[in-house]
Design a protein around this ligand. Structure first.
Ligand SMILES: [Zn+2]
Length: 291
């Protein structure tokens, strides 16, 4: 099973935080090409959308929905959840789900945190998600990571998380072991960096994979942001080390990403989170209690 997912945020996040770099017409074009490619191969995916997109760019969310894909929630303001208090997360989640539900006229049941920002310190988020009608989540990145990560999460396959407000079906990101380190291969900078043959080989070895992409993965130009924009968005000092690291991660392998993505689409069979959740026998999956 290969799940295909996208985080939809650029129209709002880039315009708000990096106005000089934002190029909405280019994001529109990439999305149109993406939806065409998926339609041609009859692939359904899950698009985790920022709630503010439903308010300010609702035509984008509607277009994705009309193409037959699942709309999930990717927070309201795209602020890392581990930088927010419990009541702020609750408010953000409710606002996002309300906005998205109003936009598409259907219940939102899938969630992904911005930058996979649920970990040991804020695992209480699952309780808030369940309370707000979320039944499926893909926020767990079971390795160390900037701005998030949950290295001690016990599983890299679909798992039931028990919370006091109900169960969540968790779809963690899959890791591979390379030179003693746990690394992802199925999205973001990892996908852009590794050759297609390596990614395909990793995917074929497992019966469960989840791929994750952003529109920015397919923008060929380098992302240039000022120190002030950096500090305000990433909420950390723009030291030379931090900026260089982020610069490499944001711009790595951008030139070949679209071509690699298209060839992967033809090489594997993909489905959405909701399709996967229907297929899995949840009586046989691991169960964990995090709260
Ligand atoms: Zn995001």
């Amino acid at each position: 099973m290969n799940i295909l997912s996208f985080d939809i945020e650029e129209w709002y996040v880039m315009q708000k935080n990096f106005p000089a770099t934002a190029n909405l017409a280019q994001y529109d074009k990439i999305l149109a090409e993406l939806l065409d490619a998926l339609a041609e191969l009859e692939i359904k995916a899950t698009f985790f959308c920022v709630g503010q997109m439903a308010k300010e760019h609702s035509h984008i969310i509607k277009k994705i929905k009309e193409s037959g894909h699942e709309i999930g929630c990717h927070s309201h303001n795209h602020i890392w959840l581990n930088k927010l208090t419990r009541s702020e997360v609750e408010e953000d989640t409710r606002a996002a789900i309300d906005a998205l539900q109003q936009c598409i006229g259907e219940k939102i049941t899938s969630y992904r945190a911005p930058a996979f920002s649920i970990g040991e310190s804020n695992k209480w988020v699952f309780e808030l998600l369940a309370k707000n009608g979320i039944t499926k989540d893909s926020s767990i990145f079971p390795a160390a990571r900037d701005f998030g990560g949950f290295p001690h999460f016990c599983s890299q396959i679909p798992t039931i998380i028990e919370s006091s407000a109900g169960q969540i079906k968790e779809f963690p990101i899959v890791m591979t072991s390379l030179m003693g380190r746990q690394l992802a291969f199925s999205g973001g900078g990892y996908f852009r960096f590794f050759p297609k043959s390596f990614i395909l080989n990793q995917a074929l070895r497992r019966s469960y994979n989840i791929f994750y992409f952003h529109i920015l993965d397919f923008v060929k130009e380098r992302l240039n942001i000022s120190d002030a924009e950096y500090e305000s968005y990433f909420r950390e000092k723009p030291t030379l080390f931090a900026r260089t690291k982020r610069n490499i991660k944001s711009n790595l392998g951008k030139g070949g990403a679209w071509k690699k993505f298209l060839s992967l689409l033809s090489a594997l069979q993909f489905c959405s989170l909701e399709e996967a959740a229907r297929t899995i026998n949840w009586d046989k999956t691991p169960k964990v209690t995090l709260i």
